[in-house]
Design a protein around this ligand. Structure first.
Ligand code: AMP
Ligand code: MN
Ligand code: MN
Ligand code: MN
Length: 297
């Protein structure tokens, strides 16, 4: 074993972790308590709750973790805009009670509320009565309403057989209910996470429809803004892709994170599955070696 591994690293290294998940506090299927229970069932020992633009579920997740003996990391996934792309920044080990997090959540939740209402109006025009109210009623009180919530609603309404189809029919860019978001900048999100003593993590770098030149620009920008880590392992991913992202993380001096982005069970994607970080890359550092990585329980 490496001589320089810290005690917490030794304790965490063999554990199964999933550092990107959602609950009913945004567009996940399970309540925070159910989610932590589900993590245990899946054999995940360290789970970060990272709901969209809210920390609403964290307290309940921590209490559930305490109850059943599962480690919980307090997290958030913040929506930002960069050159017209919707970039997601995960914050790990954030102090959810800090003024930085509370301010950020206030700003983002208002942007989300206004956008969700507008999406609802458009869906009403398309024949889905009370779309906003009914979508909201399915999530926890005060939850962030995302297009994921609307995709689930449309599916329940029988608009199409799968959420994916509902999404591409109504919610994707260019569709009838697409509303251009007005998110904050990457710098704003990164600063809020750092002020809340957390770790800014560039989420799912391969999901932005960018070529490698733009991906590198994004990583450089994120790093310069104060970014500390990037997601390398994400479950549904070919090995070459994981190694490539692992190499990028090492090249840019970013810690590597692993998360499934679990919302609900899907074919080929589940909590904690296929999330091992790549091995043998020089300079590679798992995110739990960061001095800022902290478990709530
Ligand atoms: P928003 O941040 O409001 O634009 O919504 C983004 C969320 O929509 C993502 O986090 C996913 O949960 C969900 N989403 C994105 N693409 C799809 C899709 N093809 N099918 C179903 N849900 C999707
Ligand atoms: Mn989502
Ligand atoms: Mn995301
Ligand atoms: Mn996510």
């Amino acid at each position: 074993m490496d001589a320089d591994r810290s005690i917490s690293d030794v304790a965490l290294w063999p554990m199964r972790y999933d550092l990107h998940t959602h609950s009913k506090a945004s567009d996940g299927k399970y309540s925070p308590t159910e989610l932590i229970g589900y993590a245990k069932k899946c054999g995940v020992e360290v789970v970060a709750l990272t709901d969209h633009d809210t920390c609403l579920g964290v307290e309940e997740a921590v209490a559930a973790g305490k109850n059943i003996g599962t480690h919980v990391v307090a997290g958030i996934e913040i929506s930002t805009l960069w050159h017209g792309n919707q970039i997601h920044i995960v914050g790990l080990s954030v102090d959810v009670n800090s003024s930085a997090m509370q301010e950020l959540v206030k700003v983002q939740s208002e942007l989300r509320r206004v956008r969700a209402i507008e999406i609802g109006h458009r869906l009403e025009k398309a024949g889905f009565a009370d779309a906003y109210e009914r979508t909201k009623a399915a999530a926890a009180p005060g939850a962030s309403i995302t297009r994921g919530n609307y995709a689930a609603f449309l599916c329940r309404e029988g608009a199409a057989h799968t959420e994916d189809k509902c999404f591409s029919k109504y919610l994707a860019k260019g569709c009838i209910a697409y509303v251009q978001p007005n998110w904050q900048t990457i710098d704003f999100a990164v600063k809020a996470i750092i002020d809340a003593k957390g770790i800014p993590v560039l989420a799912h770098p391969r999901r932005y429809d960018m070529n490698n030149k733009w991906l590198r620009k994004l990583i450089e920008y994120f790093k310069d803004a104060g970014g500390e880590a990037m997601e390398v392992s994400s479950g549904m991913q070919i090995p070459a892709e994981r190694i490539f992202l692992g190499q990028l993380s090492a090249e840019y001096g970013l810690y590597a994170s692993a998360g499934s982005d679990f919302h609900h069970e899907k074919p080929y994607l589940d909590m904690g599955v296929n999330l091992a970080l790549p091995e043998g890359i020089e300079g590679f550092k798992p995110v739990w070696r960061s001095e800022h990585f902290k478990l709530e329980v």
